[in-house]
Design a protein around this ligand. Structure first.
Ligand SMILES: Nc1ncnc2c1ncn2[C@@H]1O[C@H](COP(=O)(O)OP(=O)(O)OP(=O)(O)O)[C@@H](O)[C@H]1O
Ligand SMILES: [Mg+2]
Length: 93
């Protein structure tokens, strides 16, 4: 189970790019995040595997808060998380 509670992120300390984002995704469940450009979809996904440091909240993967892990623990947790980047840079343009 993935549980996100009250996730918040501001890139510049002023504009709130994510404010109080909460949701749950059960095992085998397929979830889609829909929103206009700039709404924060990529920011949420990058927070899930801690590619960016968010400001507040909880990201619980099977009751382990990914935000609280040290580097080695996070490396192990990331082995369970697949990510396809929006600009996936597979070949030179
Ligand atoms: N590295 C960054 N530095 C500063 N601001 C950023 C950064 N990345 C994203 N933002 C800002 O955060 C907000 C959310 O951006 P994000 O890329 O998460 O949106 P998105 O929903 O994925 O958009 P799109 O549909 O265009 O991919 C936007 O206002 C964006 O300008
Ligand atoms: Mg995006």
């Amino acid at each position: 189970m993935l549980t996100v509670n009250h996730l918040a992120k501001s890139y510049d300390g002023e504009k709130k790019n994510l404010t109080d984002v909460s949701f749950q995704v059960a095992p085998s469940e397929v979830a889609v995040i829909i929103g206009p450009s700039g709404a924060g979809k990529t920011t949420i996904l990058r927070s899930l595997n801690q590619l960016i440091k968010d400001d507040d909240g909880e990201i619980l993967l099977d009751d382990v808060d990914l935000r609280q892990l040290n580097r080695a623990e996070l490396r192990r947790a990331r082995c369970q998380i697949g990510m396809i980047f929006q600009n996936y840079n597979l070949i030179e343009p």
